[in-house]
Every structure is written in C-alpha cells, then in structure tokens.
Write a protein that binds this ligand. Structure first.
Ligand SMILES: NC(=O)c1ccc[n+]([C@@H]2O[C@H](COP(=O)([O-])OP(=O)(O)OC[C@H]3O[C@@H](n4cnc5c(N)ncnc54)[C@H](OP(=O)(O)O)[C@@H]3O)[C@@H](O)[C@H]2O)c1
Length: 255
C-alpha cells in the first residue's frame, strides 16, 4: 500500500515559455503536481523536460482565444482536483489601433481577461473546497493607458480590477495574488510585433518576477509589483500626471 499523500495539483496556463517556464520550475520546487497548459507542443515539452520530476506532471492543450476551445478545456478539467490556478497565458499586439486587425485585438481581450474569468469561475468550487489559490498574471500596463498597445493595457486594467475585487470577495476561502510586472525579457515583446528596442532600465528577470508572486502567495495573497525596478516604475505611474505619461509612452512606443 502506498501511504505517500497525493500532491496538490496546480493548473498553469501559458507554461510553454517566459513566466510560465519559470512558474513550472518554482511551483515544482514547492511540491506541486502541475497541469502544464500551452498550444505549442514542442515548447511545452521543453518546459516539461526541464522539470526534475516529469512523471508528476501532465500537459494539456487549448487555444484560449477561442470560446469554444476554452469551454471544451473547462469540460475536460471536470474530474480534476485542482488546488491552484495560475492565469498566466497572455499576449499583446503592438501598433495603431486602427491598423491592427480587430480579430487580433479581440483575441487579446479574450486570452488576457475573459478566459481567466471563465477558468476561475469554473474552478472556484474546487478551489474553495481545497482552500487553494489563484494567481492572476496582470501587468503594470493595467495601471495606465498605453498608446500603441491600447487594447493590451485595457485588458490588463480589466484583469487587475477584477482580480483585486475577487481577492476581497474570496477572503478566508481562496488566496488571490494579482501580479503586476513591468518589462521582463520573455517572448512577449517579439510576439506583440513591437520593434526591437534598446531594452528597458526597468527590465527584471522572469525568475525574480515569479519568485515575488510566490512570496506574496505565501503571505496570504495581495497585489504584487515584483522587484525594485518594477516598484520604481509603479511609483512613477502614480506620481506623473496622466497627460505627461501618455506623451512619454506614445513617444517610446510609436517608433
Ligand atoms: N514579459 C513581460 O514584459 C510581461 C510584463 C507584464 C505582464 N506580462 C504577462 O505575463 C504573461 C506571460 O507572458 P510572457 O511574458 O511569459 O510571454 P511569452 O513568453 O510570450 O509566453 C506567453 C504564453 O501565453 C501562451 N498563449 C498566448 N496566446 C495564447 C492563446 N491564444 N491560447 C493559449 N495560450 C496562449 C503562450 O503559449 P504558446 O507558446 O503555446 O502559444 C505562452 O505560453 C502574459 O499574461 C503577459 O501579458 C508579461
């Protein structure tokens, strides 16, 4: 008879790169069994191969920009005993709002905001029963409007407000972390289509970003701006008047 207690399961979306790759490493080190979600099989395999105990974890696939695929994904999770959910999958599109395809912009809102809401809503009964957690990977982009990444900033503002409100509604039942990072060197910028930049003074490693969110979780949840550089950026967003922020961001992002 095997007396080893079953490991608690965490569903991690967007595990195939960037923050997701880091979350996989750091959550495994905390002793969780992982449901690693992605679209790209080969990239998700790289995440799995980098883990110390691949036999503990499983891969799941879904295009979260499709409502139908998300509903099928949720149905497939019905029998899972999930303890933690990390809503990490996301992307942005760079460029003039009027020139980028509206479908791509709608997909940003779906993947970055609507799908996390659908997944969280479906899993909450289980997360409540297990007194588990949700980590919502938002962004400092949600703290101020961003010309040339207008839809992304709107989606992340929505996520931050929703996640922070949820944290209060779920107090004492489910721990909620709203992670709001600034720039970090992942695949994000390339996928957005933004021109290659010089890199930002505020850039902070994915390792530090993810570690800060897990410290916040261990402290019971909250709004987490990771690392000193991102905190500095957040402070700047709070003290510089909006009209000036808009001018600075527009000149930085227009290219
Ligand atoms: N890096 C930054 O500077 C930064 C700053 C603030 C917030 N964030 C947020 O951090 C989160 C992770 O991004 P990242 O920086 O790690 O970027 P990344 O390296 O590009 O990873 C994005 C992840 O999201 C998944 N994804 C994208 N579109 C998807 C879709 N339609 N359906 C399913 N999965 C999808 C990707 O899966 P596939 O590879 O399988 O497509 C990938 O695993 C995002 O929510 C992003 O907004 C990033």
């Amino acid at each position: 008879m095997n007396n080893t207690p079953a490991l608690k399961t965490v569903l991690l979306t967007g595990a195939s790169g960037g923050f997701g790759y880091e979350y996989a490493q750091q959550l495994e080190a905390l002793g969780y069994a992982l449901l690693l979600h992605g679209r790209d099989k080969a990239r998700l395999k790289l995440t799995m191969d980098a883990l110390l105990h691949p036999e503990r974890h499983r891969c799941v696939f879904a295009d979260l920009s499709s409502r139908k695929a998300t509903e099928a994904f949720i149905d497939a999770l019905a029998d899972e005993e999930i303890f933690g959910l990390v809503n990490n999958a996301g992307f942005g599109v760079w460029g003039d709002f009027s020139k980028r395809e509206s479908i791509a912009q709608a997909d940003v809102v779906r993947v970055d905001l609507l799908t996390p809401m659908m997944l969280t809503h479906a899993l909450l009964p289980c997360l409540k029963k297990n007194q588990g957690f949700v980590i919502n990977v938002s962004s400092l982009a949600g703290e101020s409007p961003m010309p040339y990444m207008a839809t992304y900033a709107a989606a992340k503002a929505g996520m931050t407000y929703w996640s922070e409100a949820l944290r209060i509604e779920l107090e004492g039942q489910v721990h909620v972390v709203t992670l709001a990072p600034g720039p970090s060197p992942t695949g994000f910028r390339d996928i957005s289509g933004a021109p290659k930049g010089k890199g930002s003074f505020y850039s902070t490693s994915a390792h530090k970003v993810v570690a800060a969110s897990l410290v916040c979780l261990a402290q019971g949840g909250g709004y987490c701006v990771p690392g000193i550089r991102h905190k500095l950026l957040w402070l700047t967003q709070k003290i510089v008047p909006r009209f000036l922020q808009l001018k600075i961001l527009a000149s930085y992002l227009k290219k």
